[in-house]
Write a protein that binds this ligand. Structure first.
Ligand SMILES: *Cc1c(COP(=O)(O)O)cnc(C)c1O
Length: 373
């Protein structure tokens, strides 16, 4: 009996190992070492409710969660006292939270998002029953500012809840925050809330000189960042950051957990903040800056290599997401590529080396040649 269980586990482990070595399509950094943290798995580390309020359940990691949040507060230029946030179960929960907060601030608001937005945004609209406007995208995946202006003008009597993509999933495009704020002002819309979906790029742009500035010195309400994407963690997680005074609008007291109900989930993963804390402490600001630099260089390398074999492709500024014509199915499967219509992409993360890129481009060249023959 026991040996069967071990065999099944060994087979699964083998599968996971193998697939990890041949993965290129999703924006997950698979390069990390958290062995030092294994001991924590002997415990039910759970953070109940608000990270800033101690609950009666004390097998928690809220101290580390708060340290993670203050790192992000600094990165996003808001003082820890003025900010509020928590470690989420992933980018989706951060987006749900941001949109929810927007709705709580403006119950009669309209939600605007571009057609290149992540599917969690229309999901938020459905869950919270927020009437929404889908704005067209430009070819490169960025929101179409003229269409946005037109829609805002048409609905200028209503508050605007806006989702901005700071790196779209498929094309790695960044919506221009300053231009959108400008458009709101031109249309005399004073009641607005901007949520930034920065799942992947949220951990890249702050480390790049000359990149678009997305931070709380500008009129944004919230930003959501993934933990298992650029940072890389063995369990999905994320960070959502907002302004303290906005949270006051939605909090309610829950007596039996002796806390405030400010988070979407009640019992939250207490292991996740430990992974994030460890990653931030061991790699540090300089470490991340270096990783971002290398990823962008390698993305440029992949882009050039694909062009050189006659493949049509696209690489947006400050992006590590290389979009190209969809290769035949066996290649899509082998490299676990994410595809959309006639397009596929590779997100050049820390585990995608120039060697991996060369192997992939060689595979692709082989296919192109055999198609011509
Ligand atoms: C990955 C991603 C998300 C969140 O996805 P999760 O699977 O919930 O982590 C949200 N927005 C964008 C743009 C993404 O790329």
């Amino acid at each position: 009996m026991a040996s069967v269980i071990f065999q099944e586990l060994a087979a699964l482990l083998n599968h996971v190992k193998q697939q990890t070595s041949l993965h290129a399509g999703y924006p997950f950094n698979l390069n990390y070492d958290y062995k030092q943290l294994l001991k924590f798995f002997d415990y039910s580390v759970i953070n109940l409710g608000d990270p800033f309020i101690d609950s009666n359940y004390k097998v928690d990691s809220k101290k580390f969660e708060k340290e993670v949040l203050s790192f992000f507060a600094e990165l996003y230029k808001i003082s820890p006292e003025d900010s509020w946030g928590y470690v989420t179960s992933g980018g989706t929960e951060g987006n749900l939270y941001g949109i929810f907060l927007g709705r709580e601030c403006y119950p009669d608001g309209l939600l605007y998002f571009s057609e290149d937005s992540h599917y969690s945004i229309p999901k938020a609209a459905r869950l919270f029953r927020i009437p929404s406007v889908v704005v067209r995208s430009q070819k490169n995946g960025e929101i179409d500012y003229e269409h946005l202006a037109e829609m805002l003008q048409k609905n200028c009597h209503l508050p605007a809840i806006i989702n901005l993509n700071i790196g779209t999933t498929m094309k790695g495009a960044i919506d221009d925050l300053d231009r959108v704020v400008d458009t709101l002002e031109k249309n005399h819309i004073q009641n607005y809330y901007i949520h930034c979906d920065a799942a992947l790029f949220g951990m890249m742009l702050p480390f790049l000189a000359d990149s678009p500035q997305i931070d709380f010195t500008k009129p944004i309400g919230s930003v959501a960042i993934s933990g298992h994407k650029f940072i890389g963690t063995p369990i999905p997680c994320g960070i959502v950051l907002s302004r303290n005074y906005l949270i006051k609008k939605i909090e309610t007291n829950i007596e039996y957990i002796a806390s405030k109900d400010t988070t979407i989930l009640g019992s939250r993963n207490g292991q996740a903040p430990i992974f994030l804390w460890y990653a931030l402490r061991t790699r540090g600001y300089q470490g991340f800056a270096q990783e971002v630099k290398v990823c962008l260089q390698n993305a440029q390398y992949l882009f050039e290599q694909l062009k050189s074999i006659g493949c049509s492709c696209l690489l947006n500024p400050f992006s590590n997401t290389v979009l190209f014509q969809r290769p035949p199915e066996p290649l899509v499967e082998k490299w676990q590529l994410s595809t959309m219509e006639n397009w596929a992409h590779i997100v050049v993360m820390q585990n995608i080396t120039q060697e991996t890129i060369d192997t992939f481009v060689n595979d692709f060249r082989g296919v192109l040649l055999s198609n011509c023959a």
